[in-house]
Design a protein around this ligand. Structure first.
Ligand code: ATP
Length: 324
C-alpha cells in the first residue's frame, strides 16, 4: 500500500437502479481499500449525503454482493440536492467527514449532481449504470446486458403461448426515450417488427408486414415496442382489428431492472469502478468513466453530457430485412 494524499472517498448510487450497481460498489471499495483509503457508503444516493446517512465500508461489507441485483446502498432521487443550497450542504457534509472524493453511480442526472459537487470543491466521478444504455458518452452502461437477457427470457416464454395459439404478442420494453433494448432484444427473439421512437413508423406498415409474413406461412408474431413509443394496447387492438389475429400487449415493466447481473455487467462494473478510484487517487474529479470500443476512458462531465448517441441503424435495417 502506498502513502496517499487521498485518504477517504465516498460512494453512492442514485437515480434508477440497475443490475451491476453492487459490482461497481464492490470494485470501488476493494480498489480504494487496496490503496489504503477509507470508504464511506452513503445511503439512497444524494439523500444520504444531505442527511448524513452513511456507513463505513470495509472489505467484508462488500462480500457476497457481486452477484446481486439492486444496490446495497439503496438509491433515490433527491430534489433538495438539486439546488445551490443543497449542493453547498452536501459539500459541507463531505468536508465534515473528511471526504476527498466521491464515486456517484447512476445516469445523467446523477452526473449533473456530481459536476455541481465537483465545482463546489469535492472531486466526483460518475459511473454509468442504467439498463437503458442511453448514456451518450458511453458505448455501454452497466445493467444493459442483464436487462436484455431478462427481456429475452420473458419474450421466449411469451413465444410458447403465442405460437401455440397462432397469436400476435406486442411486447413493450423499457428504455425511456432510447430504443436500444427494443432493438437488440427484438433481434434476439426474432421479432417480426421492432418499433422504436428513433425511427418513424406507421401502424399500417406493421400490419402490412404481418400480412406479408402470414402469406409466407408464418402464424405467430412478436412485435417489440420501446417505452418511448408506448400505446402498446392500442397497437395490439389495431393489429387485431386489421388482421383478425388474436393480439395481446404485455408491458414487461420493472422486472427488467431486477435479477443477477450477467458476466458482462459484472466485468464492466468492476473495470469502471477501478478506473474511477484510480482517478480520485490522483485528485482528478468532474469526470465520467465510460467504455469506448471496450476500452475504459473518461470524459469531463459537461463534455460527456453534451454528447449524442442514437440506435445502431445498421442493426435496425438488418432486423427489418430479415424478419420476413
Ligand atoms: P436514471 O436516469 O437511470 O434514473 P439518473 O441519474 O439520470 O438515473 P435522475 O433522477 O435524473 O436519475 O437523477 C438522480 C439525482 O441526481 C436527482 O434526484 C438529483 O439529486 C441529482 N440531479 C439530477 N439532476 C441534477 C442537476 N441538474 N443538478 C444537480 N443534481 C441533479
Amino acid at each position: 500500500m502506498s502513502e496517499n494524499k487521498v485518504k477517504t472517498i465516498g460512494v453512492l448510487s442514485s437515480g434508477g437502479d440497475a443490475p451491476g450497481m453492487n459490482a461497481v460498489i464492490r470494485s470501488v471499495v476493494r480498489t480504494a481499500l487496496s490503496k489504503g483509503m477509507k470508504v464511506i457508503g452513503f445511503k439512497q444516493g444524494y439523500v444520504g449525503l444531505m442527511n448524513l446517512e452513511y456507513e463505513e465500508l470495509d472489505l467484508r461489507s462488500v462480500s457476497d454482493i457481486i452477484q446481486l441485483g439492486g444496490t446495497m446502498l439503496f438509491t433515490a432521487r433527491c430534489k433538495e440536492f438539486n439546488t445551490p443550497e443543497g449542493v453547498k450542504k452536501a459539500a459541507d457534509n463531505c468536508k465534515k467527514l473528511g471526504i476527498d472524493g466521491i464515486v456517484a453511480i447512476g445516469g445523467d442526472g446523477t452526473f449533473r449532481g456530481a459536476r455541481d459537487l465537483s465545482l463546489a470543491g469535492i472531486p466526483c466521478i460518475g459511473i454509468p449504470c442504467t439498463i437503458d444504455n442511453d448514456i451518450s458518452s458511453s458505448d455501454y452502461t452497466v445493467g444493459y446486458d442483464t436487462a436484455l437477457n431478462t427481456v429475452c427470457e420473458m419474450a421466449d416464454k411469451l413465444r410458447s403461448t403465442t405460437q401455440s395459439h397462432y397469436r400476435c404478442s406486442v411486447i413493450e420494453v423499457m428504455g425511456r426515450h432510447a430504443g436500444h433494448i427494443a432493438l437488440e432484444a427484438g433481434i434476439a427473439v426474432g421479432a417480426t417488427c421492432i418499433i422504436v421512437e428513433e425511427v418513424p413508423h406507421s401502424i399500417e406498415d406493421v400490419i402490412a408486414k404481418i400480412e406479408s409474413s402470414r402469406k409466407l406461412g408464418k402464424h405467430h408474431f412478436i412485435i417489440m415496442v420501446s417505452e418511448g413509443v408506448g400505446h402498446s394496447n392500442e397497437i395490439a387492438k389495431k393489429i387485431e382489428d386489421a388482421t383478425g389475429i388474436e393480439t395481446r400487449a404485455t408491458i414487461l415493466g420493472h422486472v427488467q431492472r431486477g435479477g443477477a447481473p450477467t458476466v458482462r455487467d459484472r466485468v464492466v462494473a468492476t473495470r469502471l469502478g477501478y478506473h474511477g478510484v484510480n482517478l480520485l487517487e490522483k485528485g482528478i474529479g468532474n469526470r465520467v468513466v465510460v467504455t469506448n470500443k471496450d476500452e475504459v476512458i473518461d470524459y469531463d462531465i459537461l463534455e460527456a453530457l453534451s454528447m449524442k448517441k442514437t440506435i445502431d441503424m445498421d442493426l435496425y435495417e438488418m432486423a427489418h430485412e430479415i424478419s420476413i
